[in-house]
Write a protein that binds this ligand. Structure first.
Ligand code: 13P
Length: 253
């Protein structure tokens, strides 16, 4: 954790969730508001079909909502795309961009991710820009270099602590139950903070929240969240269980 930074725990539901699952959001809100709304920020990023109803279900709670992607474009003939303004209109305040599943399955380049992050900022949505190395890159000793390259290519110039969140998600740790050691996370997050200072200036870099993502669970959250320069988590599978998601938030608070 970074003492001066308020942690953020964001749940990425990915392509999971039907109307009945709004009950998960309601249950998270109940536990969150009762226990630690003062100590940690929470966000739920459901599939696009559930963004508006999730935002409505969370009215009265301090939990934020967000999208899992957004278009580089503001509007127009882009079938299947969702603009950042549409996310905002549906109550969202965050947009995950550059998730490894988008980079890999949809061929998104750093330039595309940057354009999406810029489009989000233009609509006053805070992009959660994801970066992370593959297993091969880690084993070849190239993890730090790859992530720095992604940061250089993906982050909008002029981003500040209020307009940007960065999530480090090692591709090989996503959905696998594997996690890097605390020492590896510490090394990476420090390198990210240093690179941010170079790209955005010291003041911005000191305040940008750096989330760790990849197989975060109640059983490992305390260890991962205690690492220096880890300011919260981006949670996949465990965010679909209210109890687990709250337990992870508790580890941050
Ligand atoms: P898991 O927590 O299921 O490993 O997913 C992480 C992730 O991709 C969040 O964006």
């Amino acid at each position: 954790m970074t003492r001066s930074i308020r942690p953020l725990v964001a749940g990425n539901w990915k392509m999971n969730g039907l109307k009945a699952d709004l009950a998960i959001a309601a249950e998270v809100a109940k536990g969150y508001d009762a226990e630690f709304a003062g100590a940690v920020d929470l966000a739920i990023c459901p599939p696009a079909s559930l963004l508006y109803p999730t935002s409505v279900a969370l009215i009265g709670s301090r939990i934020a909502t967000g999208g899992q992607d957004c278009s580089t474009q503001a509007s127009g003939a882009f079938t299947g795309e969702i603009s950042a303004a549409m996310l905002a209109d549906a109550g969202g305040t965050f947009a995950i961009v550059g998730h490894s599943e988008r980079r890999t399955l949809h061929g998104e380049s750093n330039a595309t991710v940057k354009a999406k992050a810029e489009a989000a900022q233009k609509a006053r949505i805070v992009p959660i820009v994801c970066v992370g190395e593959t297993k091969d890159e880690r084993e070849a000793g190239k993890a730090l270099a790859m992530v720095k390259k992604q940061l250089r290519g993906s982050l909008p110039e002029g981003s500040t602590a209020a307009t940007l969140v960065v999530a480090y998600e090692p591709v090989w740790a996503i959905g696998t139950g594997l996690t890097p050691t605390a020492a590896d996370v510490a090394e990476m997050h420090e390198a990210i903070r240093t690179e941010l200072a170079r790209l955005l200036g010291k003041a911005a870099a000191a305040g940008v929240r750096l989330l760790y993502g990849g197989s975060v669970k109640p059983s490992n959250a305390a260890e991962l969240m205690n690492v220096a320069n880890v300011d919260g988590a981006l949670v996949g599978g465990a965010s679909l269980k209210a109890g687990d998601f709250l337990a992870i938030a508790r580890a941050c608070a």
